[in-house]
Design a protein around this ligand. Structure first.
Ligand code: SF4
Ligand code: SF4
Length: 242
């Protein structure tokens, strides 16, 4: 392990503890840009997809695929993971996540998934859809040398297309003009042009949630994270300084 993101993890854990009261009392924790009912609708859909596509049992949870790509998820997946940690994990486990697991960076600059432990994924039941390599019947495992992002490498692309289509039902919605819009988190941070994030590492979502704007701006600028952030902004897909 090469290092960690420059964050005060004890302070973040303190902030997190304050925040979990809101989760416990069922307060609205979603970004204000979209209605709470839209977030809830997408969370229900995500939950239904997960419960209707139980794990195949073919995944041994070895964690090999977790090391193959940088961890990032959609905001709706972040909100699905969040109550699982806040309400189901004991406090000492939450503390270990913050103080030891979060923000780790490898020698090659790629981020580690904070949920990858020796025994495998610590959020297995609520892990993001991209981590689920078998939601449409066929087990997609990196041990079989299949590149999830490269459809051309597949002898049968149908399960992948079905999986991507299913995922997009969660990630996109239709507005009143029947335009397909990707659910995103609008971001306004000191020193950066405003933009909307659609895909980001867990740590970024957490900093936005805890309203740690300056810390978030600093981390967003790190070259470690820039390649895996996906932003919605008219005319550009890249971040730029204001
Ligand atoms: S999908 Fe395959 S590589 Fe990934 S954790 Fe499961 S068994 Fe390991
Ligand atoms: S969330 Fe779980 S399955 Fe996904 S990359 Fe992390 S450890 Fe692996």
């Amino acid at each position: 392990m090469a290092g960690r993101l420059p964050l005060d993890y004890s302070y973040l854990f303190y902030q997190w503890n304050e925040f979990t009261d809101k989760v416990r009392s069922g307060q609205n924790i979603f970004p204000q840009s979209w209605s709470s009912s839209l977030w809830q609708e997408k969370l229900h859909l995500l939950h239904n997809i997960i419960t209707n596509h139980p794990d195949s049992g073919l995944c041994s949870r070895c964690g090999e695929c977790c090391l193959d790509f940088p961890f990032a998820c959609r905001p709706v997946e972040f909100f699905y993971i969040l109550p699982y940690i806040a309400l189901q994990w004991p406090k000492d486990r939450q503390q270990t996540l913050f103080l030891e697991q979060m923000g780790k960076i490898r020698d090659d600059g790629q981020n580690y998934c904070p949920f990858l432990e020796k025994g495998g994924c610590s959020i297995y039941p609520v892990r993001p859809l991209l981590c689920r390599r078998a939601i449409c019947g066929e087990h997609i495992c990196n041990k079989q040398n299949r590149d999830f992002d490269s459809l051309g490498d597949w002898c049968n692309a149908d399960p992948v297309i079905t999986q991507l289509t299913t995922m997009n039902l969660v990630y996109y919605y239709f507005d009143e003009q029947n335009q397909s819009i990707e659910l995103n988190w609008p971001v306004e941070l000191p020193g950066l042009k405003s933009f909307s994030l659609t895909v980001a590492p867990f740590e970024i979502w957490l900093l936005l949630l805890l309203d740690q704007r300056e810390l978030c701006a600093g981390v967003l600028e790190l070259k470690t994270f820039k390649p895996i952030l996906q932003c919605l902004k008219p005319g550009t897909l890249s971040l730029g300084t204001a």
